[in-house]
Design a protein around this ligand. Structure first.
Ligand code: CUA
Length: 365
């Protein structure tokens, strides 16, 4: 007579409490480790608390890590334990059914209550930090605008005519309000050491309020894939002591004043470096221009033969292809039937950069 195996009696298995004790010990030990060790092995320079908000965000990170680690350990730990203890034995038929459990009110109560409390606590703490980042701590912050471009950052300061590119300065110890937006596509303004990030969205201004607490130079990155040169889209953030910051801002104002009255340094084509131009071309031009012939277009025409192209003997503005005329277009930008190219200032190119890029293009023939 074939033996039909009876359903097993319900139990948690032979080592349930031992396994639970081991996992609990592991969770307590790792919770202490997460709470007290610096986060430098995961996130840059966290122990410096370079901004007041950075410290808050590190706290949230630790809080989530401790509970996330506990949930991961218990869930995967029990899944592994039960699948070993309650596996089908060799001598049991393939259609053996394990003990069926219906209704465990105590268990259900706790596995509903604990995660609910945890999520509520996390929501309350995160909302507090979000509110501080959005609205600041009270005193109106010193406002700086950040505008994302393909593929650089533009910074605007109160009272400063014109913009600063690729290097942002902030005063130490003073509440600042960074207003983040975009001129073209969605980028994401991220300062890893500050723990602050905001998407730059065309038509939307987002706030980041905080107080820089440690002088130094930090990295600004774009963390939203925004086009071919997304990976090149970086800038520096310099936190200066207040007097040094004021001197820098005054210097920028004087420079803008000089620019407005027409006495900027002219592009000096004799002082140029084709090697530096090559690097700049990759960073600033290659997203829109290939190094092929005129017809190998990306956004704009290919520039590899701009000085020697018999089929296109004139530049796009109708001028002869001399170095001075090419530099003129890079300096002032272009707007015509082929499309629009931003000026050197909008592209974050200095007069020296314009000369270098021109020299590089001239070296290609
Ligand atoms: Cu801008 Cu990625």
């Amino acid at each position: 007579m074939a033996q039909v195996s009876a359903p097993r009696k319900f139990s948690m298995g032979p080592y349930f409490w031992t396994v639970t004790a081991v996992m609990t010990f592991w969770n307590i030990a790792s919770a202490i480790w997460i709470a007290v060790t610096p986060l430098d092995y995961l996130l840059p320079k966290s122990s410096l608390n370079v901004t007041d908000r950075g410290a808050d965000i590190d706290f949230l990170f630790r809080f989530m890590s401790i509970f996330g680690n506990a949930i991961l350990t218990y869930v995967t730990g029990y899944v592994i334990y039960f699948s070993i203890v309650f596996r089908r034995r060799r001598d049991e038929p393939a259609n053996t059914v394990g003990p069926q459990i219906h209704d465990a009110p105590t268990l259900e109560f706790w596995w509903t209550l604990l995660p609910t409390l945890l999520v509520i606590a996390l929501a309350v703490m995160s909302t507090r930090v979000w509110y501080l980042v959005q609205y600041g701590t009270g005193a109106p912050g010193f406002a700086v605008e950040v505008i994302g471009h393909q593929f650089n950052y533009e910074f605007r300061y109160p009272g400063l005519q014109g913009s600063v590119y690729n290097e942002m300065h902030l005063p130490l110890g003073r509440p600042v309000r960074v207003l983040v937006s975009s001129a073209d596509v969605i980028h994401s303004f991220w300062v890893p050491e500050f723990r602050l990030k905001a998407d730059t969205v065309p038509g939307l201004v987002q706030n980041l309020n905080f107080t820089p607490q440690v002088a130094g130079t930090y990295l600004i990155e774009c963390t939203e894939f925004c086009g071919l040169n997304h990976s090149e889209m970086q800038a520096r953030l310099v936190v200066d002591p207040p007097d040094k910051f004021q001197a820098w801002l005054d210097g920028q104002k004087a420079k803008a004043q000089a620019g407005a009255s027409g006495s900027t340094t002219a592009v000096d084509l004799a002082q140029s470096d084709a090697g530096a131009g090559r690097t700049l071309f990759t960073q600033k031009c290659a997203a829109c221009h290939s190094l092929g012939g005129f017809d190998e277009k990306k956004v704009g025409p290919g520039l590899g033969k701009v000085f020697v192209d018999k089929a296109h003997a004139k530049l796009v503005d109708g001028d002869d292809p001399t170095k001075a005329n090419v530099a003129h277009i890079i300096e002032n930008g272009y707007n015509g039937p082929l499309g629009a190219m931003p000026s050197a200032q909008q592209n974050g190119l200095s007069s020296k950069d314009v000369a270098d890029v021109t020299a590089y293009l001239a070296s290609l023939k």
